[in-house]
Design a protein around this ligand. Structure first.
Ligand code: IPD
Length: 271
């Protein structure tokens, strides 16, 4: 079995998952609370994750999974060298619950801990972002690239408040917002970590950072941004670590470095 086979099967399953999200977004939902009142999950999150995992297992029984809804009950993520699918079945669950059309499925395939495939599909706005290592990034089959912006004062920066309301974390999030707002063109938040990163890949925004996200929120976005010519680093300036729950991506290394130097750092418990 080759990467082409893995890619073709995943593409089909992501399209099927997207059809479920599209069908359900404007219907009443069963909403459950996870870590706190603003960290939500719906029956659709669980169904989409199951659909994807069952579909992959039927074709590639030795593949492993790190799925938001099967992993996030507290246990540590086990990332091995085996082919591993990292899935966020609905990224932007809060948006999905409210019917705000910025919501997507995000899927990455890691082999030997290297990301080979990244897929992010917003089925409401029909934006399908795809990337394979060394082969560029695409939206709906058309090549995309980052803006290349290097100057902070001209940058549009995607931010998020995140799904934790821990006072220490909230204080740092707010302070970072305050620091950046006076120095950039603008700040925006889509409510989906994966889509924020895809906006950087598309060249519609110039940078994005977040503390406290999980591997399933940013593994696919990381590859899509890098294949679109951008860079993804740890917010402190070092190499990106997919289990660190920290990401900073930008349209250029210069911009990433400048943002990194300004940020007050926050180190959540690792995945
Ligand atoms: C969340 C969204 C949100 C981000 C959080 C994520 P979910 O994912 O991406 O924008 O700020 O950190 O956990 O819970 O909707 O899959």
């Amino acid at each position: 079995m080759s990467l082409d086979d893995f890619y073709a099967v995943a593409l089909d399953l992501v399209k099927q998952s997207g059809a479920i999200i599209r069908d359900r977004i404007n219907r009443p939902k069963d909403v459950m609370i996870k870590s706190c009142d603003v960290d939500l999950v719906t029956e659709s999150d669980q169904q989409v994750e199951k659909l994807f995992m069952d579909g992959i297992t039927a074709k590639f029984p030795d593949h492993r999974f790190i799925g938001e809804e099967t992993t996030s009950s507290g246990e540590k993520v086990q990332l091995t060298d085996a082919p591993t699918w990292v899935i966020d079945p609905i990224d932007g669950t809060m948006n999905f619950v409210h019917g705000l059309p910025h919501t997507c499925i995000s899927v990455a395939l890691l082999i030997n801990k290297i990301t080979e495939i990244g897929l992010v599909y917003n089925p409401i706005l029909e934006q399908f972002f795809t990337a394979r290592k060394g082969q560029g990034a695409f939206m709906n089959g058309n090549p995309i690239k980052v803006s290349g912006e290097k100057e902070l004062k001209k940058a549009l920066v995607m931010v998020e408040l995140g799904t934790s309301r821990d006072p220490e974390k909230m204080k740092i999030v707010m302070e970072n917002l305050k620091i950046l707002t006076s120095k950039v063109h603008g700040v925006r938040a889509l409510g989906s970590a994966a889509l924020n990163m895809c906006m950087v890949a598309l060249g519609g925004a110039d940078a994005n950072f977040e503390f406290g996200i999980h591997i399933w929120d940013f593994a696919a976005g990381d590859l899509i941004v890098r294949e679109a010519g951008g860079c993804c680093i740890d917010p402190s300036g070092g190499e990106l670590d997919l289990l660190s729950r920290r990401v900073l991506c930008a349209s250029s290394q210069e911009l990433a470095n400048e943002i990194s130097n300004l940020l007050i750092q926050y180190f959540p418990e690792r995945d």
